[in-house]
Ligand binder design. Structure first.
Ligand code: NAD
Ligand code: ZN
Length: 234
């Protein structure tokens, strides 16, 4: 019997980098030329809704120009073939995991192709531009905003994530800097519950010391190799 049955995978912007989507902390610590505080906080949305909406409109439009890479495809294969429990928790707001075919997937920081009503809280699938003051199809309030979890807001489905971490035998973090909480703390939680922990990243992340093992390199190379090996074990 293998020791590994249930797996939780956490992904970050690094897994989409080889598809051509910029990571969060690109050159100069900016996200696509903007300070994170200017596009990723409730205060920024309140102060300058035009800028924040336009920023995510551009990110949403850019999805049409990119494709999943070998790392997304390998995780989709893991999803199809892993006989135990699997949960892919992504911090990414792109749709490359689902386009590669992954289904046991959760977007903890929201999705570009979704609009959230600030009045009634209902989420609506969204493509194309989302100007400020769009009316909510449900409650009619002119309160639709990008469905992105900003700093200071509660990520989605934390209870489900914590239950999966408690039940997993292996926690794998891919392409994330370990700078954004609570995701950065998942490794400690998984470890406390007795799971093995593995980091796959281009460079050591902020919480690298918490992982039982770290493999450094590009996700497009490391992830297919890891999936191949783990499927031979489960
Ligand atoms: P981050 O930018 O802080 O860190 C990315 C990490 O990936 C870095 O440690 C970097 O060394 C590593 N990396 C870069 N290229 C890689 C590659 N080819 N292979 C493996 N690793 C690589 O990203 P984060 O930790 O996900 O930051 C969190 C926030 O950024 C999230 O909340 C997310 O919503 C937001 N974000 C999402 C996207 C997206 O949806 N694709 C893009 C940018 C930012
Ligand atoms: Zn509404």
């Amino acid at each position: 019997m293998s020791r590994i049955r249930n797996i939780v995978v956490l992904t970050g912007a690094g897994i989409s980098a080889e598809s051509g989507i910029a990571t969060f902390r690109g050159p100069g610590g900016l996200w696509e030329g903007h300070r994170v505080e200017d596009v990723c906080t409730p205060e920024a949305l309140a102060r300058n809704p035009e800028l924040v909406h336009r920023f995510y409109d551009l990110r949403r439009a850019a999805l049409e120009t990119v494709e999943p890479n070998a790392a997304h495809r390998a995780l989709a294969r893991l999803d199809r073939e892993c006989p135990g429990e699997l949960l892919i928790v992504t911090q990414n707001v792109d749709d490359l995991h689902e386009r590669a075919g992954a289904a046991r997937l959760l977007h903890m920081h929201g999705e570009l192709q979704s609009a959230l009503c600030g009045a009634c809280g209902i989420r609506h699938g969204w493509t194309g531009a989302l100007p400020p003051d769009m009316e909510c199809p449900d409650c009619g309030s002119p309160a639709l905003r990008p469905d992105i979890v900003f700093f200071g807001e509660m990520p989605y489905q934390m209870e489900r994530i914590e239950a999966a971490l408690a039940a997993c035998d292996l926690f794998v973090s891919i392409g994330t800097s370990g700078a954004v909480y609570p995701a950065a703390g998942f490794v400690q939680l998984a470890e406390a519950y007795g799971a093995e922990t593995l980091e796959l990243n281009l460079e050591r992340s902020a919480g690298s010391g918490w992982f039982g093992e770290t493999r450094l390199g590009a996700a497009g190379v490391l992830v297919p190799a890891w999936v191949e090996a783990v499927l031979a074990e489960v």
